[in-house]
Write a protein that binds this ligand. Structure first.
Ligand SMILES: *Cc1c(COP(=O)(O)O)cnc(C)c1O
Length: 337
């Protein structure tokens, strides 16, 4: 059976690097959405909470329910408002309608649209939004924004920082006038977190850096946490001239010992089509097309490491490591090593 090994020392190393820069666990929101970026929400959150991190963010109520008892604060990012929100969670307000329709008394973080135009309240709508928050007796626990291109060197990051600074002034003033505590502010995702110098009045909201992949600063010392292994299902001698797999995309030029391993595109891997070489962690190539539940390669024994750095596959498939990792099937067993 295929297996995902999670390097505990690497995860702790990355969390320590985050903490070194932020200085305070209470100012870190760990993003554990989508099965903790494919790493396994349950197993990852056990360690994060043991280490004393108390605030996580997830996608929806189903994910949030798996975090209860581990974190004292759970922020839901992509909840579709239905008026039946749970008082155990904090809900992101993604537009004005959400303020109108969310259950009265619910704890919220207000998303502010500072340029990305994906979610959030526009800076010019903030006062209207805040007055509605008050009218609906919602509890404003936080306000945040999201950078659209923090990993790229252009002006957007600075424009958004300035827009968010203006938003913070408005919110702080409103809170003061209403005798409320200033809500917590956060804007930095992983790339933003790497490039920021001083956080001042903000918390961070980090996903991928936890798992060991830098987004902006190559010198930021992080260690990939996840490695993926497949196990040998069968082996055989492939004779010169014989081909393996669908469509006969690989033909042996001399006799070789090959094996078929138990991971395929049904397990969340991208389907390798057998054309341009795709190199596994042991430097061997996948031979022929990948099947739904298996692939073939040189026989390297009972187990083969498919990758220990998701960037190899991301580069090959012209995508980002997020997509390679997050698609890994929940059914693959995950263990700490
Ligand atoms: C997923 C997500 C993050 C985390 O992004 P990383 O690049 O993984 O750090 C932060 N904020 C929001 C709103 C998100 O949806």
């Amino acid at each position: 059976m295929s297996i995902i090994r999670l390097n505990k020392a690497a995860y702790i190393h990355n969390l320590t690097k985050i903490l070194d820069k932020v200085g305070d666990k209470n100012r870190v929101i760990l993003i554990l959405k989508d099965n903790a970026y494919g790493h396994g929400a349950s197993i990852i959150s056990d360690v994060a909470s043991e280490l004393g991190f108390g605030f996580c963010a997830v996608k929806n109520e189903i994910e949030a329910s798996e975090m209860v008892n581990k974190f004292s604060k759970i922020l839901i990012l992509s909840h579709i408002v239905n008026g039946d929100e749970n008082s155990k969670y904090i809900y992101t307000i993604n537009d004005m309608d959400a303020i109108k329709n969310i259950k009265s008394g619910t704890k919220i973080h207000l998303a502010i649209d500072t340029l990305m135009h994906r979610n959030g309240i526009g800076v010019d709508e903030i006062l209207t939004a805040l007055n509605l928050v008050k009218k609906r007796s919602l509890i404003l626990d936080g306000a945040f924004t999201h950078f659209r291109s923090a990993s790229e060197l252009n002006a957007d990051y600075f424009v958004q920082k300035q827009n968010f600074a203006n938003a913070k002034i408005l919110i702080k003033k409103w809170a003061d006038e209403n005798g409320l505590k200033t809500p917590m502010f956060h804007s930095h995702n992983s790339a933003g977190f790497e490039r920021v110098h001083k956080l001042h009045d903000e918390s961070v909201r980090v996903g991928m850096v936890q798992f060991g992949y830098t987004q902006f600063d190559e010198n930021f010392d992080l260690k990939p946490v996840l490695s993926l292994y497949a196990h040998r299902l069968s082996k055989r001698l492939l004779r010169a001239g014989q081909s393996v797999g669908y469509g006969a995309k690989y033909t042996a030029t001399n006799d070789i010992n090959i094996a078929t391993y138990d991971l395929g595109y049904a397990d969340g891997l991208f389907r390798y089509d057998g054309y341009k070489e795709l190199i596994l962690a042991n430097q061997n190539k996948i031979l022929g097309t990948m099947s739904m539940d298996s692939f073939s390669t040189l026989d390297v024994g009972d187990e083969v490491c498919v990758f220990d750095d998701a960037r190899v596959w991301a580069k090959y498939f012209n995508t980002i490591e997020y997509e390679i990792l997050v698609k890994l099937s929940k059914d693959i067993r995950r263990v700490w090593v």
